[in-house]
Design a protein around this ligand. Sequence first.
Ligand code: GLY
Ligand code: MN
Length: 459
Amino acid sequence: MFSKEEYINRRSRLKSNFDTGILLFLGNEESPINFFDNTYHFRQDSSFLYYFGINAPKLAAIIDIDENKTIVFGDEMSIDEIVWMGRQQTLQDKANQSGVDSVKFSSSLSDYLQSAQDKKRRIHFLPPYRAENKIKIASVLKSEKPSLPFIKAVVAQRSIKSAAELVELDLASSISADMHLIAMQMAKPGMKESEIAATIQQIALKDEGNLAYPVILTVNGQILHNHFHGNTLKDGHLVLNDSGAETKMGYAGDLTRTFPAGKKFSAIQKEMYSIVLESYQKAVEALKPGVKYLDVHYTACLALAEGLKALGLMKGNMHDAVETGAHALFFQCGTGHMMGLDVHDMEDLGEQYVGYTEELKKNTTQFGLKSLRLGKELETGYVLTVEPGLYFIPELIEQWKSTAQFSDFINYDKVEDFKNFGGIRVEDDYVITETSYRKLGKELAISINDIEEIRAKAY
Ligand code: GLY
Ligand code: MN
């Protein structure tokens, strides 16, 4: 946990947004895999972690604005639980460490809420994303809707990372860099993707942390969120590794590197990689407070499109191509997203509030652009990813070609030669500083030379 003062300050800043009512936080439950007592790794709700720091299941908490009280609802371990799980720090101790006023039995929460409702007091809650919390909300608060003022206040606060959080985020990115370096060092033709994915996971776990999201380690990098690990590496393949650590405190790292399964990139792989790297560098250089991430995305897309034009895959005016979304045949997603306690930070609270504003609403159905999670103006203290890529998806190419989509901008004859090229992405994590940006975590090879140097020693 952070210091008691950090949690007290966070809650007091949150409280200052409200004159009356109750702020309700639902922690997460254990989640069964295949029977009740065999559970997935426990992950606390991120807003609960942010405001209370207590990393345990079966908890809820309220901030009662009118009575100026903060209460955690939960139960001390039963003797049966102590027998099976061992004595752990008491809930009362954890609540003390978090600076909470009092602890009440979990069974008393519904009465507390019911009585507040009877007095017509507003109960603010965040959008539940787990089934059991949806049921809890529905059973007590019936058809009440999540509270927009609560969502907005939490988003505003969690978006700006404190110095203590940046220490964690630097650590998360550094552990993630270790995961990537070992993958780059160990991969060799004949090895299965799953062997490398397993080693990546081991690094994530070894300091009591975890993975921030399931490992993407694939020779089919064109599949954006590919969780299949059953292929065998062959010389000539590109290996795309998108993996990140979650620190013991719950903060995420999110890095991607693409490297040859053999010792060297082929000539055309080098050309394609250089386009992605150029796009990445231009996007990074555009980062600073006051700049819209939408424009950073545009910069990244334009660089990709210009590179593809130089290779003969695109044609015409690349500004027009990017405006209309023609480049999305090769880059179907956004250039980055916020990162923090969640790898896609606060995605549960709603992309419209996290990545956009009232003035800059996301109201596009344009393929590619509709997947950009972050568009709004950057502020000092935001932590985000930059992750452009090029993805050759045979089914998508077929579909667009069959209807001659954007044929003013796409040379389908040339694209045909690349249908099975695969995919390339590079990704790093950044914090927006007072004047520009700072890369989080330790350095990790990204240039062709540095990657080939590591690969030369791999086998
Ligand atoms: N690391 C996966 C993603 O950003 O979606
Ligand atoms: Mn990412």
